[in-house]
Ligand binder design. Structure first.
Ligand code: ADP
Ligand code: MG
Length: 356
């Protein structure tokens, strides 16, 4: 650690590293640099959407996510039921990203005295609704008081055959880069909710005006996990070479695949699937629609790569878009704009546009 001398007292003080200088992923790398594994069953630890644990004839997938009031959700416009649903779904999404089947979940709360039991009943109604829909067993959790606000921690397990697990690291140059559904709407939904919140704060007599924005607001408040993609791909005989779910934004997730696979990529901006109304609304908010998709996040769609020879099988599947291809690492990571310009792809975790 570097020492710094105080000019007045002459004392030496350690020079401390700010978290913002490290960024989210720099911090995770730093904190986990001394981690060792002791068990041969731990096939894969930190670095993917879930850890992978050998269980004989199959593997167990294990993932966790933390949601903090004021950072990940705002209770002025998030109904408790939606929050419970979303907290479960974002974890289920990480299992879908490994090509696994979600199985068990624990759900933990740190809650201040500001909340009523009725509010938490609603939260759990949302959790149970997600568990019903995705057939996940809620098997435990922990409950704590909190000085201020609400924090939720969810852990999930999943299951897969060892050979079926899809990692972030399997993409090879030439592979096609594909995405499910459409992107950017969850972010526009957030902007719409924030806009109504500021109108309400300026004049509490104003009622929120969200009619006509159901799709965008729904994508933000009640996302779904793409557990359906596993069966869809099995049905067409395609096995993705790599996969990740889009929680932080397309750019950040593409960079994870490139980094873990030791590859580069060429992404075609014009191929990014964006809902027509979301495109219109982006312009209203003076945001380039592709930027909402690239940096917005929280769409919980899947980004995956397939071998080039699977092109014929994948090109006509409704709800899957081919948005580019992988290259060698030395060719870099670029987005090609509709007028043919090459722009380097950049993204940051929590330093991104979405975080406050
Ligand atoms: P995701 O967006 O899929 O939830 P993250 O980007 O949060 O994944 O995390 C990336 C990887 O780093 C994961 O393997 C996760 O388990 C691991 N990770 C994140 N935070 C920590 C931490 N504080 N300590 C150990 N591992 C962590
Ligand atoms: Mg993930």
């Amino acid at each position: 650690m570097y020492e710094k001398k105080d000019k007045k007292t002459g004392d030496t003080k350690p020079k401390l590293t700010s978290l913002s200088a490290l960024g989210e992923f720099g911090l995770i790398d730093r904190l986990t640099r001394n981690v060792k594994h002791y068990h041969p069953e731990t096939l894969v630890g930190i670095g993917d959407d879930a850890a992978v644990i050998d269980a004989g004839d199959k593997v167990i997938l294990l993932s966790t996510d933390l949601l903090v009031e004021g950072i990940h959700f705002d209770l002025t416009y998030t109904p408790f039921k939606h929050l419970g649903y979303k907290a479960a779904v974002v974890n289920i999404s990480d299992i879908a990203a490994m090509n696994g089947i979600p199985k068990q979940m624990t759900f933990s709360l740190a809650v201040s005295s500001r909340f009523s039991a009725e509010a938490l009943d609603e939260l759990y109604a949302g959790v149970v609704m997600a568990c019903d829909k995705y057939k996940v067993d809620l098997v435990g959790g922990d409950t704590s008081s909190n000085v201020k606000g609400l924090a939720i921690s969810v852990t999930i397990t999943g299951e897969a055959k060892k050979e079926d697990v899809v990692y972030r690291s399997g993409a090879r140059p030439g592979d096609l880069l594909c995405v499910t559904g459409d992107l950017g709407s969850a972010y526009i939904g957030l902007l719409l909710l924030e806009r109504e919140k500021s109108v309400f704060q300026a004049d509490p007599n104003m009622q929120p005006e969200l009619a006509g924005f159901d799709y965008q607001v729904g994508r933000q408040l009640k996302p779904e996990a793409r557990t359906d993609i596993r069966n869809l791909l099995i049905g067409t005989g395609i096995r993705p070479t790599s996969m990740i779910d889009i929680s932080d934004g397309l750019a950040s997730e593409i960079l994870h695949i490139c980094k873990q696979s030791g590859a580069g990529c060429k992404l075609f901006e014009g191929k990014i699937p964006i809902d027509a109304h979301t495109t219109e609304l982006s312009k209203e908010f003076k945001i380039i629609p592709s930027v909402a998709a690239l940096s917005g996040g929280e769409d919980y769609e899947l980004l995956f790569t397939v071998k080039q020879e699977d092109y014929e099988k994948i090109k006509d599947i409704a709800g899957i878009s081919i948005i580019g291809h992988m290259t060698t690492a030395s060719e870099g990571k670029f987005m090609i704009t509709p007028d043919g310009k090459s722009v380097p792809i950049t993204a940051q975790g929590w330093d991104g546009m979405r975080e406050k």
